[in-house]
Design a protein around this ligand. Structure first.
Ligand SMILES: C[S@@+](CC[C@H](N)C(=O)[O-])C[C@H]1O[C@@H](n2cnc3c(N)ncnc32)[C@H](O)[C@@H]1O
Length: 492
């Protein structure tokens, strides 16, 4: 799926719809290029610091240099918080995923295999990521402990789990429409019966129990056919939790030849460059590894095809908001997960990304989608009593525009002038509503990029689009490069 062509228009056009938007102007860009080295160094320091926070509490990196820090976010667990004011479009994280799996290979065995081939420090950092979910499914084999430390087979750090409630049914979301966080691994527990329900470890019903029970049998969800969209849109067509798959991955002992303890590598591996020191994986550890992947992995797409997922240690600490202030993307050229500010962020604010594509969805719909992460969103858009008329408006306009888009794609009949006029009006209204709602991510660019050249106002929308793309992705992302190449626009 290719992105629509984007035209870069006059600067004033960018101010018209999106007062909060920061469009990189040519002069500013030059200045930024001049300071890029420093900016790059700062980013590296940030990444290192965030990683070190996880792996080494004695880290002495001066905090005042950083744009954000990782700290307690109350019931959400850990979160990332701005330590200084941040400008829209600023890149905050640029990290190489710990490992990437092609979408069709995100099988439990592949996840466990990739984990085992991480370096010991990476494995330790991985195991510190959030994996609060507990599954209380009854099993023949009984309880599977999450902590392999109990077996003396692996040293697991404490898993920090938020005190978040489960969804009403205790049932993981069937529809997993994830923009950024978590990938195509289905929740470990499935089905709607209470025996198979997921519980937060600290929830009343979970009694603080971090154990994970292996289900007898789990139904595989049907693939979701998510609507096509030019924005990164996670698709779920490789549902996978099944017991056989896990059993394939177990038991596994990998002994690093460097340790001198002999090599017993029962995993066929092409990760020979990785250190795989002695570490036995038990069933419970495997379950934890898979759970962590499910909660923390991001779809890694290049805006054209969604075919991979990966875990970034720092980006994994981002909590969700339906009105996010940062955008998480994947740069398929550099191989980095990037996180950029979508709006001005004030020192002390939490950085939040959107785990789902919630644009045009009502609170109840978003809640259903988010339930697989085991929390009920309390962001500004989800506050009780919040007027949802803007959301409803966006939803209505989106479905209207979608209808026209389908008509255009079918090529059945050319649109009438009146239809075109109306659609442009609808898009303008949608962009305004989204902007008012604080939805400033690349979805807005897609709104802005439709109906190129149809009318003067459409040109305004299109010209805004590139600025929005830049803000979310950064100029080095091939999505922006392609937009520049495809459109009648240039950087200057
Ligand atoms: C990718 S992790 C985010 C980082 C996590 N808070 C941690 O401590 O590592 C996702 C988990 O964080 C928690 N979380 C994320 N956003 C949240 C929110 N808006 N409200 C409550 N919990 C949230 C949920 O437990 C979710 O499963």
């Amino acid at each position: 799926m290719s992105r629509p062509r984007i035209h870069l228009g006059s600067d004033s056009a960018n101010d018209l719809l999106l007062p909060q938007m920061s469009v990189v102007q040519p002069e500013k860009k030059k200045k930024r290029r001049g300071g890029k080295k420093e900016q790059f160094k700062r980013q590296r320091r940030q990444e290192r610091k965030a990683l070190d926070d996880d792996t080494n509490s004695d880290d002495t990196e001066p905090v005042d240099m950083l744009a954000f820090e990782s700290r307690n976010a109350g019931p959400k667990g850990l979160g990332l918080f701005a330590t200084r004011d941040i400008e829209p479009g600023e890149r905050l994280i640029q990290e190489t995923p710990l490992f990437i799996l092609p979408k069709q290979e995100t099988l439990n065995a592949a996840i466990v295999d990739s984990f085992m081939h991480l370096r010991p420090d990476q494995r330790a950092a991985y195991l510190k990521l959030s994996s609060y979910t507990t599954c209380t499914a009854k099993t023949q084999s009984g309880v599977v402990r999450t902590s392999a430390a109990e077996d003396g087979t692996a040293s697991l750090p404490d898993v920090e789990g938020p005190d978040s409630p489960v969804d009403e049914n205790g049932d993981p979301a069937k529809q997993v429409d994830r923009r950024s966080c978590a990938s195509d691994v289905q929740p470990l527990c499935s089905g709607s019966d209470t025996e198979n329900s997921c519980k937060s470890p600290n929830s009343a019903s979970g009694s603080g129990d971090l154990s994970l029970k292996k289900p007898d049998k789990l139904e595989l969800s049907e693939p979701e056919d998510t609507a096509s969209s030019p924005v990164p849109q996670p698709r779920v067509d490789s549902p996978i939790w099944n017991v056989d798959d896990l059993e394939d991955a177990l038991p596994t002992t990998i002994t690093d030849s460097d340790t001198g303890n002999g090599v017993n590598d029962s995993i066929e591996s092409d990760h020979t460059d990785h250190d795989t020191d002695g570490c036995e994986i038990t069933e419970s550890l495997a379950v934890q590894v898979i759970n962590i992947w499910r909660i923390n992995s991001y779809m890694l797409d290049d805006g054209i095809a969604l075919d991979s997922a990966g875990i970034g240690l720092t980006a994994s600490r981002l909590n969700h908001s339906c009105v996010p202030n940062v955008y998480t993307a994947f740069n398929s050229t550099s191989g980095h997960i990037t996180v950029q500010a979508l709006k001005t962020i004030t020192a002390g604010d939490e950085l939040c990304t959107a785990y789902i594509n919630g644009v045009g969805k009502l609170r109840s719909e978003r809640r259903a989608q988010l339930s697989m992460w085991g929390f009920t969103c309390t962001c500004i858009a989800c506050a009780d009593g919040r007027d949802e008329s803007r959301c409803r408006g966006i939803k209505t306009l989106m479905s209207k525009v979608e209808g026209v888009k389908m008509q255009m794609l079918d090529g059945a009949a050319d649109l009438s002038v009146a239809q075109v006029e109306q659609t442009v009006e609808d898009l303008l209204d949608q962009a305004t509503l989204m902007s008012d709602e604080g939805l400033l991510g690349p979805d807005l660019a897609d709104v802005c990029c439709m109906l190129i050249g149809r009318r003067e106002e459409a040109g305004v929308l299109q010209s805004s689009g590139f600025g929005i793309l830049l803000r979310g992705y950064g100029i080095d992302n091939p999505i922006c490069t392609a937009a520049l190449q495809a459109g009648d626009m240039n950087e200057a």
